[in-house]
Design a protein around this ligand. Structure first.
Ligand code: GAR
Length: 200
């Protein structure tokens, strides 16, 4: 079993999808060893605690320097002997050296079909607001490998979602999560754990 760390900053519905996928047998090659939050008090931490998973708050606000923040995070992950890092609504961009240390072993879920509506400044609800502004009829979600280029790493999985005439950013966000993110994130985590297992 590969050891997974899930990094969160908010509600943690994608974390919940991973927990549920491990329970239902969608994820069989890895287990969630730790959930790390960049903010204290977020609901994702309660979800982890309820599932009996170890939690840690690595508060971004306590660090003025992203390099020092990333180095400390790396230290925690090495101590836990983590194989795969899953960014599940983690709202902090990490230092290049972190991406290098975990090269090919960090994945991120993004709420659009990359290369649309992605990159610096595109996160959370903002992505859906921009999609609606542009008038796209199809959007979706992407899981990709994390590299130093924001949202620029190799794409692992994507799933399309229809935009409805009366959608608001909130209703669209909800549909993209339900129909795409919660489906492809666990699948991608399993894919990568399996391939890491085969390589070791
Ligand atoms: C999700 O929609 C995720 O795709 C997005 O934040 C939300 C977190 O929700 N991530 C990004 O925008 C990253 N660029 P969650 O905490 O309920 O999983």
């Amino acid at each position: 079993m590969k050891k997974i760390a899930v990094l969160v900053s908010g509600g943690g519905t994608n974390l919940q999808a991973l927990i549920d996928a491990a329970a239902s047998g969608v994820i069989t090659s890895g287990e969630i060893s730790i959930v790390i939050s960049s903010k204290p008090g977020v609901f994702a931490l309660s979800r982890a605690e309820k599932a009996g998973i170890k939690t840690y708050v690595h508060n971004r606000k306590e660090y003025s320097d992203v390099r020092i923040y990333s180095d400390k995070l790396e230290e925690i992950l090495q101590e836990e002997a983590i194989d795969l890092v899953v960014l599940a609504g983690f709202m902090t961009v990490l230092d290049d050296s972190f991406c290098e240390s975990f090269k090919g072993r960090i994945i991120n879920v993004h709420p659009s079909l990359i290369p649309s509506f992605c990159g610096v400044g595109y996160y959370g609800l903002k992505v859906h607001e921009e999609a609606l502004k542009r008038g796209v009829k199809i959007t979706g979600a992407t899981v990709h490998i994390v590299t130093p280029e924001c949202d620029g790493g190799p794409i692992l999985l994507q799933k399309a979602v229809e935009v409805k005439e009366d959608d608001t950013a909130e209703t669209l966000q909800k549909r993209v999560m339900e129909e795409a993110e919660w489906v492809i994130l666990p699948r991608a985590a399993e894919m990568l754990c399996k391939s890491l297992e085969e390589r070791s």
